[in-house]
Design a protein around this ligand. Structure first.
Ligand SMILES: Cc1cc2nc3c(=O)[nH]c(=O)nc-3n(C[C@H](O)[C@H](O)[C@H](O)COP(=O)(O)OP(=O)(O)OC[C@H]3O[C@@H](n4cnc5c(N)ncnc54)[C@H](O)[C@@H]3O)c2cc1C
Length: 266
């Protein structure tokens, strides 16, 4: 009847439940929509949403930076938000040396950047970041020939040098909040009687964010709780006419699913 019968795990085990909630990101959900749901306009809305790449950087310095003592939004075009974890996070606490964690974004044209940073090497990304940090904190970051972008700091008396680093590339992060996307975010209520969507990209008042993830989850829980009480479902959010028109002629395919043994879809 088109409803969910069970979850089939990688191990071959099946999990049967009264209600099923997907909290997968939109790009993964696209790969799991079953063939017999594929022409439903509700699921075709997801084609209009696409995760943007984001890079997370972990950078350990050889001394304490004095300028960063809480979470900061940056005025740099490359670094959006960062914090000195040696100050802000118990697990990284260190009186003598800073560990900066930074979000490097935008890092693709889709996200509003002009460089496809996600395709660059870790060294190129760290060099660009060191250059930005040297520009933002000229009295703190040393000129270091390992990182040529710090060269403009030559002569300034910054002393801090990078000791080690890690670059974590997230090729599909939050959906691109480009103009006109909000109307395509699906409601948590779906046309499938025992299936509900959650996640920061589903319809709620926040953009893709922690707050959005929490609210999307609460709204999904509300759908299920409401059903458990025997109340009628909240209506499905209005679907745009262009999606309804295109859904009819969409050629349904078997879902791509995820390939390989890892958790990340390829
Ligand atoms: C580097 C970076 C920095 C960020 N900084 C901020 C910030 O400062 N403030 C802020 O508000 N937001 C920030 N965000 C965004 C925030 O992290 C997300 O909006 C939020 O985590 C989304 O939550 P979610 O539960 O919707 O999805 P996710 O947290 O992405 O959870 C989706 C889950 O689905 C699982 N999954 C994937 N594929 C499958 C599968 N095939 N089967 C089963 N499970 C699967 C994943 O493992 C994951 O656990 C940042 C994101 C990134 C990447």
């Amino acid at each position: 009847d088109g409803s969910v019968k069970h979850l089939l795990m990688r191990t071959g085990e099946t999990v049967v439940a009264d209600e099923y909630i997907s909290a997968m990101p939109c790009d993964i959900m696209k790969r799991f929509v079953p063939k017999n749901w594929a022409n439903l306009p509700y699921f075709r809305q997801i084609d209009e949403l696409e995760g943007i790449p984001v890079i997370n950087l972990h950078m350990w310095f050889d001394r304490k930076l004095k300028a960063v003592d809480h979470l900061c939004f940056s005025r740099s075009p490359l670094l959006s938000v960062y914090a000195d974890m040696s100050v802000t996070c118990k697990e990284y606490f260190d009186d003598d040396a800073s560990m900066l964690e930074l979000v490097f974004a935008p890092c693709s044209p889709l996200a509003g950047g002009n460089t496809n940073w996600i395709a660059k090497s870790d060294e190129e990304i760290i060099d660009a970041t060191m250059g930005e940090l040297a520009r933002l904190f000229p009295t703190e970051i040393a000129y270091d020939e390992t990182w040529p972008a710090t060269k403009k700091q030559e002569g300034v008396d910054g002393q801090a040098r990078l000791r080690k680093y890690a670059v974590v590339k997230v090729p599909r992060s939050v959906y691109a909040a480009i103009p006109g996307r909000n109307k395509y975010r699906p409601s948590q209520t779906s046309p499938i009687p025992n299936f509900t969507l959650a996640g920061d990209w589903t319809s709620q008042k926040f953009l893709g964010s922690m707050e959005g993830a929490v609210l999307g989850g609460k709204l999904a829980a509300e759908v299920v709780a409401n059903r458990a009480k025997g109340n009628p479902d909240k209506p499905i959010k209005e679907i745009q006419q262009d999606i309804i028109d295109a859904a009819a002629s969409h050629v349904a395919k078997e879902p791509a699913g995820v390939k390989g043994d890892g958790a990340i879809a390829r």
